[in-house]
Structures are given as C-alpha cells and as structure tokens.
Design a protein. Structure first.
Length: 66
C-alpha cells in the first residue's frame, strides 16, 4: 500500500507527484499489467527460464570486467 503524507506547504499537485513516484518505484502498475491476463503455467516457466538466462548473462558480463 502506498501512503503519502502531506507536509506543510505541499500543494495537491506535489502530493500527486509524490504518490505517482512511489507507485512507479514500487512497480505496482507493472504488476497490474502482468496480472491483467491469465498466463499458462508453461508460459510462466518459459519466461522464468528466459529471465534467468538474461540475469546470468548480465552477471557474467559484469564479473568479467577488469
């Protein structure tokens, strides 16, 4: 849950900006978009495997640097 407290002198626009920033940082919108449609278990496994490969490749690239 995202909470934004109003500080003295904050305008309503500033509060909305703070709220949107927190929502983006916590990935709430991305999660909602991901859950919008049903994903078959086989597709989930396929995506997880692809993500793991991507992470391993990125980590190898960073660890091989001087």
């Amino acid at each position: 849950m995202v909470f934004v407290k109003a500080q003295p002198g904050d305008t309503s626009d500033a509060l909305i900006r703070k709220f949107m920033r927190k929502v983006l940082n916590e990935g709430i919108l991305q999660d909602l978009k991901k859950r919008e449609f049903y994903v078959k278990p086989a597709e989930k496994r396929k995506e997880a495997k692809k993500e793991l490969k991507r992470r391993l490749r990125r980590n190898n690239r960073h660890s091989n640097r001087g």
